[in-house]
Design a protein around this ligand. Structure first.
Ligand code: FAD
Length: 476
């Protein structure tokens, strides 16, 4: 029996559930397939830098599979709707009798996979869908009433109890070398239609499974112990920067969890650095669970339906200033410039800029969510949507609408000497650690020498306006 393993957001050989399962039972070997869907990816707002990382990772995955004599075939179809027929064609062409894939949880991906399953089964072949993108499949832990959790803390408790009761899963090995199937791997295209090849931010993200492993090992060895104290400091390398690799599956969440569990004395609980990092991995699981339990969040709708009535402002000029990193709030501008230069933004800054957009500027979270997706190298519908709806007070577990960050205080607290601002807003580099957080407070002669805008909003007034907008829907 020969199997087709359909690769998607799981571009690696080690600890790949579907590949491992297929390799064990396929007596005539395994063939791998990746489908490139440029139109659909554009519709999903995938960024140039994310697609570029994916393309370079495909080259790495293809080499690594071929060392095991597993050929990676590449098919390009514009949209997900075209995938099922093409899959079946590939299966027939290469005499595959079973299809293996790892489950994905976004609504369009689920519809695509359902259609593929129906088509392939309809032709008399077997289909096996494995859990891989998460440690526990969405819905595996539920509330006492049998519902999906909508609050993180009880979800986390149940999740940890469940994982501990079954034992923290050890990563699966990569498959062994198989006999040459007589099928050559396809060339990975040099560019993907509609996406920029080699965008400048790509230089920050070396591709491949080995790079992802190296980042994990380095983080575990040097940074996890201090993660709790350093993770909120954007000027410091205190976090793992694994999110781009998790987003395309160059590393598995099980591998990350297992390494952190060991670093935490073989426990998932506690309040040190490793336990705090484990909680972040659980946030990632939580938002996938929310995607499945409450699929409206995949369709640009608020988790809390009543917040659809918030009177968001159009304010195109303010939105453009936010996108361009020209709001006059140095920490916000530094963060937005980090996003554009590197394709990544520190978590604390994602919270600051998303709250600034949705509260200080009262601009619809969906515009910010989309801008992030179009620029992030780690763009991930579940976590991005979860983060935006948290900041906008429209989501699960959301920040209460009246608790609004003051961007200047956040800046003083998390970038106390202004090192991060200096790196990304060079026009403020000469200011001292006090003035750099709010140059608008400088005396007029000094202020006028800076090529830097005045704040586009008065924080106190913006805050009051947002609270009023939320109170209006409460009383309505
Ligand atoms: C508005 C907003 C938008 C976001 N958009 C994305 C996104 O598109 N893609 C994405 O991967 N993360 C997103 N996040 C979550 C978080 O900011 C990033 O995962 C984190 O900054 C990645 O850096 P790291 O890998 O160094 O994280 P670490 O601190 O090292 O954490 C390890 C891993 O845990 C997961 N994780 C950490 N924090 C969170 C979180 N709050 N929610 C969900 N998972 C988390 C990530 O997979 C991360 O790689 C968003 C957060 C906010 C507030």
């Amino acid at each position: 029996m020969r199997s087709l393993v359909w690769f998607r957001a799981d571009l690696r050989c080690a600890d790949h559930t579907a590949l491992h399962a297929a390799s064990r039972v396929s007596t005539r070997g395994v063939v791998a397939l990746f489908t490139i869907c440029p139109d659909q990816w554009r519709e999903h707002d995938w960024s140039d830098v994310r697609v570029d990382l994916l393309r370079r990772t495909l080259i790495d995955t293809s080499r690594s599979l071929w060392k095991r004599r597993i050929p990676l075939l590449i098919e390009t179809v514009d949209r997900f709707a075209d995938v099922p027929a093409r899959l079946l064609e590939v299966m027939r062409r290469h005499e595959c009798e079973a299809l293996y894939m790892n489950a994905e949880y976004e609504i369009n991906e689920r519809r695509r996979d359902d259609a593929a399953t129906t088509t392939v089964r309809g032709a008399g072949f077997a289909v096996h869908t494995c859990t891989d993108q998460v440690v526990l499949a969405p819905g595996a832990v539920q509330t006492g009433k049998g519902d999906f959790y909508s609050v993180f803390t009880p979800f986390r408790k149940s999740w940890i109890a469940r994982v501990e009761s079954g034992g923290v899963p050890a990563p699966l090995p990569a498959p062994k070398k198989q006999d040459d199937p007589g099928i050559a791997p396809d060339e990975v295209p040099e560019r993907i239609a509609g996406f920029e090849a080699d965008p400048p931010a790509a230089a920050h993200w070396p591709a491949g499974e080995r790079e992802a492993s190296k980042r994990l090992d380095r983080f575990i060895e040097h940074a996890i112990a201090d993660y709790k104290d350093r993770r909120d400091r954007p000027a410091v390398d205190g976090t793992s920067t694994l999110s781009p690799y998790l987003a395309i599956g160059a590393i598995s969440p099980r591998r990350c969890l297992h390494a952190a569990w060991r670093a935490n004395g073989e426990s998932l609980s506690g309040d040190g650095g490793a336990a705090t990092w484990i909680s972040e991995l659980v946030w990632r699981e939580f938002y996938r669970h929310v995607l499945v339990g409450f699929p409206r969040v995949c369709m640009h709708r608020a988790f809390r339906p009543e917040t659809e009535a918030v009177g968001w402002r159009e304010a195109d000029e303010d939105f453009e200033a936010w996108c361009a990193g020209r709001t006059g709030f140095p920490i916000v501008d530094a963060a937005m410039r980090q996003l554009h230069e590197t394709g990544w933004m520190h978590n604390r800054l994602r919270m600051i800029v998303s709250m600034f957009l949705t509260k200080d500027l009262l601009i619809d979270w969906r515009r910010g969510e989309r801008h992030f997706m179009r620029h992030l190298v780690d763009g991930d519908l579940a976590s991005n949507n979860g983060g935006w709806q948290w900041s906008a007070s429209t989501g699960t577990d959301a920040a209460p609408y009246f608790r609004i960050f003051n961007p200047f205080s956040q800046s003083r607290r998390f970038d106390p000497d202004g090192a991060f601002i200096r790196r990304y807003v060079p026009e403020l580099a000469s200011l001292d650690a006090k003035a750099i957080h709010d140059p608008s407070a400088l005396a007029p002669p000094e202020r006028s020498t800076l090529d830097y805008p005045a704040p586009i909003v008065d924080h106190a007034k913006g805050r009051a306006r947002a609270i009023k907008a939320f109170e209006r829907i409460r009383t309505a």
